[in-house]
Design a protein. Structure first.
Length: 230
């Protein structure tokens, strides 16, 4: 990784990401260091894009579907730190089993050492996204930016979007990762043709699809517009 790729990011988030992108072992919830692989991560340009979206739009409530090692989480916490306040919630039922708690351990450490955020600015929900998103709606929670990067099967991405749309406030954003995947392309096409309450925003990265909620969903119960799968 070129040394200047993360120069724009403030500390301690820059050092955290440099260590992670370099492939260094990361500390898990058991206190031990664990190896990480090179495939489960967002790219630095993707991270910069979601950081910039949150900072330029002064987003203070962020929801993330999929935590993993916490690459995107570090960028998003850095954005809240730059804004000066806010909360970040991450949904991941496999954090302890598949990721050894590395993502949640890093996120909690960054939140606790921040001078701008409260120690409880980061919340982890250990449940499937379909259940967690419904619970968040029942609790009256809404978010300014929702980053969807969980299961990538078509039906999972579609369900994550539809449930997230109900808790994304007007003017807020939903961002889909892995735009290149056929499943995400199909969901993106569905949104473009059927969800006129959302408008697509130009993304600076080829791997991200960004939608802004511009109105309430007023579709008739019979509504359906056929859409191409890509």
């Amino acid at each position: 990784m070129p040394s200047d790729e993360l120069e724009w990011l403030p500390e301690p988030h820059r050092d955290a990401l440099r260590s992670m992108y370099s492939g260094e072992p990361q500390r898990g919830s058991d206190g031990e260091l664990h190896a990480i692989d090179s495939t489960t991560r967002i790219s630095i340009p993707d991270g910069k894009a979601i950081y910039s979206l949150c900072t330029t739009q002064a987003v203070t409530s962020i929801l993330e579907v999929g935590l993993g090692y916490g690459f995107s989480t570090v960028f998003l916490l850095a954005a809240l730190d730059r804004t000066g306040h806010g909360t970040h919630t991450a949904i991941d039922p496999f954090q302890e089993t598949d990721w050894k708690g590395m993502g949640v351990t890093r996120a909690r450490r960054l939140a606790s050492c921040s001078t701008a955020l409260t120690s409880d600015a980061f919340q982890w929900i250990e449940d499937r996204s379909d259940r967690a998103l419904v619970d968040l709606e029942r609790a009256g929670r809404t978010y300014g930016m929702i980053f969807i990067d969980g299961y990538h099967r078509f039906d999972d991405v579609l369900v994550d979007f539809c449930l997230s749309a109900r808790i994304c406030h007007t003017g807020g954003f939903i961002v889909l990762h892995d735009k290149w995947m056929d499943s995400v392309k199909a969901v993106t096409s569905f949104i473009r043709h059927n969800r006129k309450d959302f408008v697509e925003v130009e993304s600076p990265c080829d791997d991200l699809v960004v939608f802004r909620r511009r109105a309430q969903d007023r579709r008739d119960w019979r509504h359906f517009i056929d859409f191409p799968l890509r």
